[in-house]
Every structure is written in C-alpha cells, then in structure tokens.
Write a protein that binds this ligand. Structure first.
Ligand code: FBP
Length: 556
C-alpha cells in the first residue's frame, strides 16, 4: 500500500532544500530536437531461441537526437511508468524528468505510476503522478512514491493483462525503470505488443546500483554513483577506525550481485589492504581455499610488520565465481529445477548432505557439505528471475572462520605469532535509497526526459542510452539502444532463457588495470583514503566528482 500523504508532512531539512535543486540537462535535449535513426541497424548474430522469440524486435537502428523540428508528437498523451527490481538512488528523478518533458510538450499529457512493480500493471493498480505529488519527491532517494517489485512478466496471461491495462488507459507508452532482468521484461513486453498489433510503446531506463547494465552505448546505470559513494564513505570510516584502534581485521562485503563494479570502485576510493575481485578470481580459477590463503598471507605479512589490524573487501557474489563453488552451484541449480519441492522438505543438514551426495559429482557434493548451514540453505533459494539471493550469503563470515582456522594452524607450527580479531560487515541496503548525488540527480532527470522524447518520437523496444557521462552534463549524449541487442541466452531455473547480458568487470579496462598496478602498495602500508559523505553543496570537484570507474573507463 503506497502512502501518498507521507511526503507532504514528513520532509527532512535536506529533502526540503534538495526539492529546489534543478537538475541540469544535456545540450542535446534542449531546444528543438528530433529523433535520428542510425542508417544501419544494430545487427547481431543472435542464437536461434532469440530469433524465434523476438521476430519483430531485432536488428533495429540506434536512436539519437539531433537539432531540428518535427517528428515528436505534441498531442496530449498518457504514459505509464513502473519501478522494477532493487532500489537505486535517483529513481524519483527519472519520473520527474519524464513528467516535465511530457508537460512541456503538452500540459494536458498525463503520467500514471503503476504500484509495487510490474505486478501493478498486471493488476491495473496505479496512481496519477501529478506535478504536486512529484514535486515532493524531487531529488529524494528511494522508490517509495510508487514502490517496486521483482515480478517476471512472461506468462501469456500476464502479458495479455498488461496490454489490457495499458490500452484501457489509452497509454501511448510505458517506461520500465529497471536493471537487466527488468529490461528483459521490457523487451518481452515490447515484442508481445508488436505481435498483438498494439500501439503501446515500451522504453527501459538503465537502473541498478550494481553497475552491470552498461555497454558501448550506456556508460553507467543510474544509482551506481551514489551507492558506491555511500559504501566508500562507510568503508573509508572503517579503515580509519581500524588504523586508530589497531586491533581488528574488518571483513567488508559489498553489494553488487554478480559483478564486482561496486567493490572495485570502493577499492579505488579507499585503498583497503586486500580486495578480492570476482572476475579476476574466475579468470584465474581460484578456489575457496586459494582466496583464504591470499587473505592469510596478507594477515601474516602485516603481522610481521607489527600490524595486527586491517581491512579486507570482498564482493557480494564472490562464491559464485570460485572454481569449486561455481561447479557445485551449477549442478545444484539443475537438480533444484528438477526436484525443488522435495529439496524444500530437507530441513536437516544431514538429510541435505546425504541427498546431494547421491545427486552431485563427488567434488561438488563435498563443496556443498563443507559450507555452513546458513549458506547451504540460501544457495537453495531463487528469486522470480532465477537468481540466487546473494545479498543473504554471508561470505565474509565464512572467510573469517576459515582464515582463523588457518592462522591457528600456522601458530601451532610457529609460523605466525600475531593476534587476529575479525569483524564482519555487509554494506548494501544502506546505499540504495539515499538522496542521489548531483551526478545521479542530473543523470536520472536526463534519463526520464529522454524516455519521454523516445515515446513522443514513436519508437518501441529501446533502452535509454547515455554516453560521454564523464564529461560535464551539457555534453552528455542521450538516445536509445534496441533492448534486444543486449540479449543473450542464460540458464535460469534449469532452462535456457533470453536475458539482458550483465556486464562484469573487464580485467583489460582502465579501472581494473589501475587497481592491479597499485594494490601492492596498499597491503603493508596504511594507504587508506577517507572520502567522507556525499556533498550536495560546495566546490564542484567534490560535489560533481565522477566515479573513478567512469573516469578511468573514459581514459581507455
Ligand atoms: P537490481 O539488479 O534489481 O537493481 O538489484 C540490485 C540489488 O541491490 C543487488 O545488488 C542485490 O543482490 C539485490 O538487489 C538484493 O535484492 P533484494 O532487494 O530483493 O533483497
């Protein structure tokens, strides 16, 4: 249930001041503009399943904006909008940009918000997003204006219900604000509407703190900048506490699902003593034991230098990338897809271990049996898109225990004489709903503004693209990338499914290269940096600073 009264009477001093912040718009979106379709379509060598499931949406051109008149409707239109998936700072500004662009083209145009995610479209559960309501949420964090959800829209009945809802509102288009799975929903809906000869257009906006919805035409997903800044502040403070108290080892796990973009960005911002990057672990085929050995090595080296404290940073999804655990998870997923209801009844550890001993390869069964109860149970869960709920996998606790054991063994052999007091942290939900940084406030507003122009221009099946984001806002280049061009086939719940490709950390690109060439200096020395909290007012080099990731990728 959405509390639409809340915003009016519960406003913090910062939110009140931020309501007056007017996001900057790229030059390319100002004045008279029209759509320009690249002369050549974006052609890919699609797998047969994608060719079969998306016959109407493939091989479309990239869309850009150019100065000029015509082509964008000035009729009064109705547009629907929905948040989908996890929260990310700036979502309300996407809605503000969308509303402002629609109203400035025609004050009679309407924006309606579907409640609690895609299920709101299926159930026709919505509210009118009036200028008064939206005003109270400008530049605020959270998705609470209309709520969000993780429903997957793929069943024929759900798709038909979405079409019915949108047509009953006479909606010209729908903007889906979401990550990879949500933009997959957008692709499926756009194709369905085309097949059904419906004129409803579908546009996706690239959202996710994970930073993995990006490619040559989308420099960054929104929310990554703000969330990474929050985690850098928190983890930087922990570094300072560690260097002050000099008695604890802090193990910090950072949200970000599979990709390590958040972890890498935080490492570049704070210089921890050791940072594990999942993509490197996968490339080098590290096992769990090898990761433990690396941490032990750092602890022993620092101890020899008189430092029995430090900070170790790991990504949320690390386990999925370790050679031994990865094989086990893949076997587990197949077994789960075939026998989920029975597996759910295996409440006792011994029953689960016995069952998987019969069903898995001996190595995978041994890996499963080795894990603590809480992780064993979490690995049996899947969300509606088939993802493991990685935020609940307490990898930092597992590593703390295994490192302790190894250090005890080394001590008994006389190879280590230090003290080891580990403390675990997980930073994730803390960063998803804060007031967006100036970057995300501007970026989200530009995304919403662009979404409205794409709908006014009559295109469907596009995700909003954004290039040159390391440059000043005025020089950003906004447009649209065919959503189907990002599709690949992945196994989900034991079946091959078309999904938007997650972009993981590229070990050849600037951010990782910079990290790899500097991390050696951060192990024994305390080279910690303390970025402090996000600044909204003050010198531009602090308030408008881009992520290191964006800066270093721009230099590539
Ligand atoms: P999205 O991909 O939907 O943006 O989700 C991001 C995320 O914050 C992940 O980093 C995290 O693993 C997951 O959501 C947590 O999901 P939930 O909010 O359902 O607990």
């Amino acid at each position: 249930m959405i509390d639409t009264q809340r915003a009016a009477d519960a406003v913090s001093p910062l939110d009140r001041i931020r309501q007056a912040y007017q996001p900057r718009l790229p030059r390319g979106l100002s004045g008279s503009i029209r759509l320009h379709l690249d002369p050549e379509p974006l052609v890919s060598d699609y797998p047969a399943q994608i060719l079969e499931e998306f016959p109407n949406s493939l091989n479309k051109p990239v869309v850009r904006f150019v100065q000029g008149e015509g082509g964008l409707t000035t009729e009064a239109i109705t547009v629907g909008v929905v948040f989908s998936g996890g929260q990310a700072p700036g979502g309300h500004n996407v809605i503000a940009g969308l509303l402002d662009a629609l109203k400035s083209a025609n004050p009679e145009s309407r924006l309606i918000g579907f409640l609690d995610g895609p299920i709101g479209i299926v159930k026709d559960n919505w509210i009118e997003l009036t200028p008064e309501l939206v005003q109270a949420y400008r530049n605020t964090g959270g998705f609470d204006m209309i709520g969000s959800g993780r429903d997957k829209i793929e069943k024929a009945a759900d798709l038909a219900a979405c079409k019915k809802t949108l047509e009953s509102h006479n909606a010209r288009g729908l903007v889906v604000i979401g990550g990879d799975d949500s933009n997959t929903n957008a692709a499926v809906m756009a194709e369905y509407f085309l097949q059904q000869k419906s004129s409803v257009q579908v546009i996706g906006a690239p959202k996710t703190i994970d930073g993995d919805l990006k490619n040559d035409l989308i420099d960054a997903s929104f929310g990554f900048d703000t969330a990474a800044k929050v985690y850098s502040e928190l983890a930087g403070s922990i570094c300072r506490d560690s260097a002050s108290a000099r008695k604890y080892y802090h193990f910090i796990r950072l949200m970000g699902r599979a990709a390590s973009h958040v972890t890498l960005e935080v490492a570049l911002q704070i210089h921890p003593n050791l940072t594990i990057i999942s993509e490197e672990a996968e490339a080098a085929q590290w096992t769990l034991e090898q990761v433990v050995d690396q941490i032990v090595d750092v602890v022993v080296r620092r101890s020899a230098a008189g430092k029995n404290y430090g900070v170790i940073v790991i990504p949320e999804g690390l386990l999925e990338f370790l050679a031994d655990v990865k094989v086990m998870i893949s076997e587990l997923s197949d077994i789960l897809a075939a026998d989920e209801s029975h597996i759910k009844t295996l409440k006792r550890r011994t029953d689960r271990v016995d069952y998987f001993n019969q069903k898995m390869s001996p190595a995978a069964a041994a890996t499963y049996a080795f894990l603590p109860d809480s992780i064993q149970l979490t690995l049996l869960k899947r969300d509606k898109h088939g993802n493991i709920p990685l935020s609940q996998v307490e990898t930092e606790e597992l590593l703390m225990g295994l490192v302790s054991q190894k250090l005890k063994a080394l001590k008994s052999e006389g190879k280590y004489s230090g003290s080891f007091s580990p403390l675990g942290h997980f930073f994730g939900y803390e960063g998803r709903c804060v007031q967006p940084s100036n970057f995300d406030a501007d970026y989200c507003y530009a995304l919403g503004y662009t979404g409205a122009q794409l709908i006014r221009g009559g295109v469907t099946g596009y995700t909003i693209s954004a290039q040159n984001l390391a440059a000043p806002v005025e020089d950003w280049q906004m447009g649209g990338v065919p959503v189907t061009s990002m599709l690949v086939i992945e196994q989900r719940k034991g079946k091959p499914k078309p999904v938007i490709k997650k972009t993981l950390v590229d070990l050849q690109r600037g951010p990782f290269r910079y990290f790899a060439s500097h991390r050696g200096d951060w192990v024994e020395k305390d080279a910690f940096l303390y970025p402090g909290p996000i600044q909204y007012f003050g010198p531009s080099d602090v308030c408008d600073a881009r992520t290191k990731t964006l800066e270093l990728e721009a230099e590539d």
